[in-house]
Design a protein around this ligand. Structure first.
Ligand code: ADP
Ligand code: TPW
Length: 589
């Protein structure tokens, strides 16, 4: 427990006898102590009035304070740290504009079910509420509410313990998500008796309590699974978050059921596992008769559980049945009827299924697993030929083939991935071998997570990070290469430089001087950006150059940026979601 006396003010003469001073604490120290008491040791943020001293004191008190160049990146780092550690990631910002910059990340964390707390300083409530024009005036509490699980404000130093406890419990319990915590400037300088202050803090007991599924729901799920002729297990990022890695692996292997990982669930079992159906994705989604969803929502990423992807417009008539494990009961039936909901935490639900399965489980028919294996083999050998293409400028396959080889050599490395084509191709080409090693644009398909996620991955794990970035995607958070250099993080950014958003080939239809809206400066030297801050910059024009530069970067652990020159005609508009583009759809009609 620290007190203001740990950082003693200048004591005026005549000197006051030490014993006569009743130790006091203040809002600054109480916030730091409350976080530390709950095992939170890192703050991602950006200093300024009124939280500058909070960042200084947090560092002085032994916390890791990672200071960013833009709050959205600090917020994304907090979200990724939350996903990786099961502790709410903390993002600390100044009022109004700083808060708003962080809010996108808070909303994104909530949408992705990552636990995070956005803590923002705020201006004088009396002035804000009367709209009298304070410095950085804004009603932040109400602005935050629609974008997170809950928003709280602390007005009194003695409530800091309660406020932080409520924020932590809300972020972590049930479906994890974002919480906003509003700390008015005046709170920080409030003082109180140090002993009373210490006693006011709360160590949150069991913030994410296990939630056991009801036994009858387990039986129902097992019955549905037993009746399957063509079963499939679908693992989502909820399964990765839950850290029930052994149980999930046991469920897959004991049942012998083929499985499909969503992008951030890759590596829960190694992508090279013989039961992985990833290389036969379209086939298994269309043909499976029973699908067990583990921490995955039937949202747009899974075509809402219906339509062509799932076997045609008559999917319902095909009597496809879903079993869904989720902590959130209202997720059930959100898109299609769920035959067997299993509500609880993934660890408990999967353990209950395993207990019910016992040892005499009948493996799925060989007809089903054989048909999958056949398609897999065909697709994998087709892919293998594409991955070894050695053309210059590179295409996506050639470049990703090189990265795939390096990740195979360093399965402990964390891959961060964003872009359109760069995301879609990397997701299917770069195999992952360990749980929670892949972080990407997630549920929103948001651009801008790259450098924030990369910093968080490096800071929380100390492992090498490989950020595979479209050139457009990188631009959203690119200034954080300075942050990566400043903290000397083992991050290698690989930019797939094809001169624009999606591709680099568009022309201005009027023939005017302005470039087309999707086009960037041709042949940009992103590598020099990294060199500007003391990191290493490399230009790679062939898969071999890329592979060697990446191997070197990972081995050195030094900040590196590889400018991978990609053919500007490669890829497609919007990657794999061209169908969602209204203009294109209209033209194609
Ligand atoms: P993906 O995008 O990989 O398909 P989603 O983000 O759509 O995954 O789904 C994750 C789901 O996992 C959410 O519905 C969330 O409620 C659920 N979830 C998160 N953590 C847990 C947990 N510990 N136990 C059970 N369900 C969880
Ligand atoms: C916050 C829209 C989706 S993908 C993308 C944009 C701008 C960039 C695609 O180009 P990139 O990738 O990164 O060069 P590639 O591999 O195809 O060459 N603003 C936000 N989020 C999204 N998703 C967009 C805009 C978008």
């Amino acid at each position: 427990m620290s007190t203001v006396l740990d950082n003693p003010p200048t004591i005026s003469k005549p000197a006051v006898a030490a014993e006569a001073i009743r130790a006091q604490t203040d809002g600054f120290h109480l916030v730091i102590d409350a976080l530390k008491l709950n095992g939170i040791d890192t703050i991602f943020g950006l200093p300024g009035i009124p939280i500058t001293d909070l960042t200084r004191l947090a560092q002085a008190e032994g916390m890791r304070v990672i200071s960013f160049r833009h709050e959205q990146n600090a917020g994304n780092a907090a979200a990724a740290a939350g996903f990786l550690t099961q502790k709410p990631g903390i993002c600390l910002t100044v009022s109004a504009p700083g808060f708003l910059n962080g809010l996108t990340a808070l909303a994104n964390a909530t949408v992705n079910c990552f636990p995070m707390i956005l803590i923002s300083g705020s201006s004088e409530r009396e002035i804000v509420d009367l709209q009298q024009g304070d410095y950085e005036e804004m009603d932040q509490l109400n602005a935050a509410k629609p974008f997170c699980k809950a928003a709280f404000r602390i007005l009194h130093a003695q409530d800091i313990g309660i406020g932080i406890a409520r924020a932590i419990r809300t972020a972590l319990s049930g479906r994890p998500g974002g919480v906003y915590l509003d700390l008015p400037a005046k709170l920080f300088s409030q003082t109180m008796d140090a002993v009373a202050g210490r006693e006011s803090l709360i160590k949150v007991i069991d913030p994410a309590p296990r939630q056991l599924p009801a036994p009858d729901t387990v039986q129902r799920a097992l019955q549905v699974l037993e009746g399957a002729k063509r079963p499939l297990i679908l693992l989502g990022k909820g399964a990765a978050y839950a850290q029930a890695d052994d149980e999930i692996r046991a469920l897959v292997e004991k049942t012998g059921i083929p499985y499909l990982p969503m992008s951030m669930a890759k590596g829960l079992l190694p992508d090279t596992h013989e039961q992985s159906a990833a290389a036969a994705r379209s086939y298994v989604l269309a043909e499976a008769d029973v699908v067990l969803l583990v921490g995955a929502r039937l949202n747009w990423l899974l075509s809402h559980g219906k339509g062509k992807t799932w076997g045609g417009p008559d999917a319902q008539k095909l009597a496809k049945k879903f079993i869904q494990i989720d902590i959130s009961p209202t997720e059930i039936d959100s898109n299609v009827p769920i035959a067997a909901p299993l509500i609880g935490d993934i660890g408990s639900c999967v353990s209950a299924l395993l207990a019910g399965i016992g040892s005499g489980w009948k493996k799925p028919p060989a007809e089903w697993t054989g048909a999958i294996a056949e398609r897999k083999d065909k697709n994998l050998s087709k892919m293998a030929a594409m991955l070894t293409q050695d053309v210059s400028p590179m295409n996506f396959h050639g470049a990703l083939g090189a990265i795939r080889d390096v990740v195979r050599q360093r399965p402990d490395a964390i891959v961060v991935n964003e872009g359109a084509n760069t995301l879609d191709f990397a997701r299917s080409i770069v195999d992952m071998y360990e749980p929670r090693k892949r972080l990407d644009c997630g549920t929103w398909g948001i651009m801008g997570i790259g450098m924030g996620f990369a910093v968080a991955a490096a800071v929380t794990t100390g492992k090498p990070v490989i950020a595979i970035e479209g050139d457009s995607a990188f631009g959203f958070s690119g200034m954080e290469v300075e942050t990566i250099c400043r903290y000397d993080l083992p991050v290698c950014v690989v930019i797939f430089n094809n001169n624009g958003v999606y591709k680099g080939t568009d022309a201005n239809p009027t023939g005017g001087k302005d470039p087309a809206p999707t086009v960037f400066v041709k042949n940009s030297r992103y590598d020099l950006l990294m060199e500007a801050f003391g990191g290493k910059g490399v230009v790679a024009t062939t898969p071999d150059e890329l592979k060697r530069a990446l191997q070197e970067a990972v081995a050195s652990g030094r900040p590196t940026l590889i400018n991978a020159v990609i053919d500007e005609t490669a890829g497609t508009e919007s990657g794999r979601i061209t169908s969602l583009n209204p203009q294109k759809a209209a033209i194609n009609k």
